[in-house]
Ligand binder design. Structure first.
Ligand SMILES: [Zn+2]
Length: 236
């Protein structure tokens, strides 16, 4: 379940927003960047809206590339899986706006400049580079070996950290390959593409394999490479 909360108000993915945050914290989240349609990155969107629907002034903007917006319209907010909140309580002032973004085109949300960069997963997926005036953080989201993301990351002036994934241990490399994920072995190759000396944080380890993934990541003997800690606040 993947969600990263930035400055209390912007979420990168919504795999666990309503699960991780109190109601008081949830209502502050106004903008959510969605990397791709998979449930472990979107599944708390319905509950986040449901929990806060009646809160005064509540509204939510969800940003994603066109393919991901289409998937959310067709499969999530389709009046079957969940109500279409883009027309509730009425068409004029809906609580939910789905905002289509163009890859690699910067846009601004609440003082943060954001770019979506295509990565290599089994459904259309982008990572995000999020910057303010002094710091930038790059989040790959789910990906197997990829190229463009690293090319762009290497040009980011104030890059302070990279957050990427390692979902499976090396023994399950075949599964990682067919599902568009990384293992410690392919992560090691990916990090050779990163030309900036910044800390790298990992998410996405499948719970059943987490201990093994940790051991294999440690065995890479890369400095500044650690797994993200659930619930922890990081300052960049
Ligand atoms: Zn995925």
């Amino acid at each position: 379940m993947t969600s990263l909360l930035v400055n209390d108000t912007v979420a990168l993915d919504a795999g666990w927003v309503s699960g991780a945050l109190s109601l008081r914290e949830q209502v502050k989240v106004k903008d959510i960047l969605i990397s791709h349609s998979h449930l472990d990155h979107t599944c708390t969107l319905p509950f986040l809206i449901d929990n806060n629907f009646s809160a005064p002034g509540f509204s939510l903007r969800i940003y994603a590339i066109a393919e991901v917006i289409a998937s959310m319209r067709n499969h999530l907010f389709n009046n079957h899986t969940w109500p279409d909140f883009t027309s509730l309580p009425n068409d004029m002032t809906p609580v939910l706006k789905l905002v289509e973004i163009a890859p690699e085109q910067p846009f601004v949300i609440n003082g943060l400049t954001v770019r979506a960069i295509h990565v290599s997963h089994i459904v259309p997926t982008t990572g995000f580079i999020v910057e303010d005036k002094k710091s930038a953080v790059a989040f790959s989201s789910d990906t197997g070996p990829t190229q463009r993301f690293w090319e762009i990351v290497n040009t980011v002036k104030n890059l302070k950290a990279v957050i990427t994934e390692t979902s499976f241990p090396n023994e399950l490399q075949d599964l990682a390959n067919v599902s568009g994920h990384l293992t410690p072995a392919t992560l090691d190759l990916e990090l050779q593409k990163l030309k900036k000396d910044v800390p790298v944080y990992l998410y996405g380890g499948k719970p059943k394999h987490l201990d093994k993934i940790k051991r294999q990541v440690k065995a890479l003997k890369r400095k500044r490479l650690t797994l993200l800690t659930q619930g922890r606040t990081y300052n960049f």
